[in-house]
Design a protein around this ligand. Structure first.
Ligand code: TIU
Length: 222
């Protein structure tokens, strides 16, 4: 299959490609969570939900492997570095009780993936303590077991957890594509810069494409 992408076409096979949705959690997407405690306008992120939902449905229909990640810490915060907890002097710190439960703690209401993109049986869900999806997780091993070599990325936020995960994937040998309208930042200029950075220098980190280009490739293959 081929996606018309930048800086040039992206070729992939369904059986060796996973869709990776990064941290589409209430903690980042809704008021009262981690994103807002850091001083961000979280409403900006809602714009990508319809496109991400279309892609998720199409990828499921094609029987493609889906990976969801959640940025989350254990209840005792033993996997949360003090530096991370203190960074930015936020109103509520990781582990503090907020309106959606404890901030960025696994199992709390705010730490769940939003309903529109909730995982279903058979999909991989990775809880990650860092910004990157590969750091201190079993993701690389799970992908290797399944023969995955190509990753299609969406999620939030573009320049933090998505870009970090793509760079981690790049160093592990994956060919990655970022779905432009399925990722968002609290800072529109940072999103634009990240898309440019990813695809510069002949896809130094990976490719980018609008989700319609992926949907077209899937339709043409069906
Ligand atoms: N603050 C911010 O933009 N992002 C994060 O802290 N985590 C993710 O990007 N998921």
């Amino acid at each position: 299959m081929r996606i018309e992408a930048a800086p040039f076409a992206y070729d992939f096979e369904l059986k060796s490609t996973a869709l990776v949705l990064i941290d589409m959690q209430r903690d980042f997407m809704e008021p009262g969570g981690f994103g807002e405690t850091l001083g961000n306008d979280v409403s900006l992120l809602q714009a990508i939900v319809p496109a991400a939902k279309r892609v998720l449905q199409a990828w499921r229909n094609a029987s493609g492997l889906v990976v969801h990640t959640r940025e989350s810490h254990t209840a005792d915060l033993s996997d949360c570095p003090t530096a991370k907890r203190n960074r930015g002097n936020p109103a509520l710190r990781i582990g503090d009780e907020g309106p959606m439960g404890r901030i960025l703690v696994a199992g709390e209401p705010g730490n769940q993936i939003i309903d529109a993109l909730a995982p279903i049986d058979g999909e991989i869900v990775i809880d990650k303590p860092g910004k990157g999806a590969f750091y201190a997780t079993g993701l690389h091993a799970l992908l290797q077991q399944r023969g995955i070599t190509h990753l299609l990325f969406g999620g939030v936020t573009t320049e933090v957890c998505v870009q970090t995960s793509m760079r981690e994937a790049n160093d592990r040998g994956y060919d990655s594509l970022l779905l432009e309208d399925c990722t968002e930042s609290y800072f529109p200029a940072f999103k634009a810069a990240t898309l440019d950075m990813v695809r510069a220098q002949g896809a130094i980190v990976g490719w980018t494409a609008p989700s319609t280009a992926l949907l077209l490739a899937l339709n043409n293959a069906a």
